[in-house]
Design a protein around this ligand. Structure first.
Ligand SMILES: Nc1nc2c(ncn2[C@@H]2O[C@H](COP(=O)(O)OP(=O)(O)OP(=O)(O)O)[C@@H](O)[C@H]2O)c(=O)[nH]1
Ligand SMILES: [Mg+2]
Length: 307
């Protein structure tokens, strides 16, 4: 599945909510504060997230308040604002030898799966990849990752269950240098029962790998479950406070109607979305495309309103 078809399905609910509300606004003469508040509420319910709902209606307040506009004109204001909000992710470049990417996120978000998919993508580009089993919490987690490493033909470093994730990350970086790897992907635990402990563990992983090189990790990518809507936005805020995130991967956008949350994450938090996960298979990770996302959000909006 390509980016556009994947995102289009995920944005259906958000798109429909735009349409229903816009009809009322445009049909009722001049745009008032009250109609904007109604729209804001519908946008929040449509899972674009509170932040993006505010920003989109602010744009309308600035440009449309007191005016009688056509549907097309209102849509254009929102579309322009959505485009302005989304960051075009900077092109991924290998910045180190190796380039180290730490992958973090709450449990079940899709970190391990995403690492497998990324490894396969990088390998297909001719890069030599190392995967590190930094989630030492469960033996099953290590085995799951090892299976992904085998599938993608990546090098793999693991320690025993219960060992120190920082030591795994440190060893993986050393092994990657010795084996001349281009990229190191470090998996981490995501358990929630103690957030402070998790943040501390991740900080230690970062601190220890910097003994190799202060530039490590070159990237910290947060993996978010795209079906969790506003919750994903709140998680991003918490992680971003402790770690300077350089990118986000939103998973499970296949079969969800909550793809609108991407707009709040990328728009109000100014963190680029790099990839989206659109299925469980190794090839079901696609690069985020801002233009196509905005298109998916507003596509055919005016046409279907006339139905
Ligand atoms: N449909 C769908 N399922 C996905 C996607 N990405 C991951 N999954 C599924 O989500 C579940 C959790 O994925 P994991 O990769 O194990 O998540 P994790 O973040 O490593 O979880 P922990 O190790 O428990 O912290 C698995 O069943 C995956 O197959 C996706 O893009 N689409
Ligand atoms: Mg995992």
């Amino acid at each position: 599945m390509g980016f556009f078809s994947a995102i289009k399905a995920g944005l259906q609910k958000t798109r429909d909510a735009f349409l229903g509300e816009l009809k009322g606004i445009v049909g009722a003469g001049k745009i008032t504060d009250e109609t904007l508040e109604d729209l804001e509420e519908h946008l929040i319910k449509a899972d674009v997230g509170v932040e993006a709902a505010f920003l989109l209606t602010d744009a309308l307040r600035e440009n449309a308040l007191g005016k009688s506009l056509t549907e097309n004109e209102v849509l254009k204001i929102m579309r322009d604002e959505a485009e302005r909000l989304l960051q075009e992710p900077p092109k991924f470049e290998v910045k180190g030898n190796p380039h180290v990417i730490l992958v973090i996120g709450v449990n079940g978000a899709g970190k391990t799966t995403t690492i497998g998919k990324l490894a396969s993508k990088f390998a297909a580009e001719g890069k030599k990849v190392m995967i590190a089993a930094g989630d030492t919490f469960r033996a099953a987690a290590i085995e799951q990752l090892e299976a992904w490493a085998e599938r993608s033909g990546a090098e793999f470093v693991k320690h025993q269950e219960g060992s120190d994730p920082a030591a795994v990350a440190y060893d993986a970086c050393a092994a990657a240098k010795a084996r001349d790897c281009d990229i190191v992907l470090i998996d981490t635990a995501g358990r929630l029962h103690n957030k402070d402990y998790l943040m501390e563990e991740l900080s230690k992983v970062v601190r220890v790998m910097r003994k190799h090189d202060v530039a490590y990790p070159h990237d910290i990518w947060l993996v978010l479950d795209g079906t969790t809507g506003q919750n994903a936005i709140n998680q991003t805020k918490i992680f971003h406070k402790s770690f300077p995130l350089t990118g986000i991967v939103v998973t499970k956008l296949d079969g969800t109607a909550r793809g609108g949350s991407v707009l709040s994450i990328a728009g109000s938090l100014k963190i680029p979305i790099r990839y989206i996960g659109v299925g469980e298979r190794i090839d079901q990770l696609v690069e985020f495309n801002k233009q196509e996302y905005v298109e998916g959000l507003f596509e055919n909006a005016v046409v279907s309103m006339d139905k």
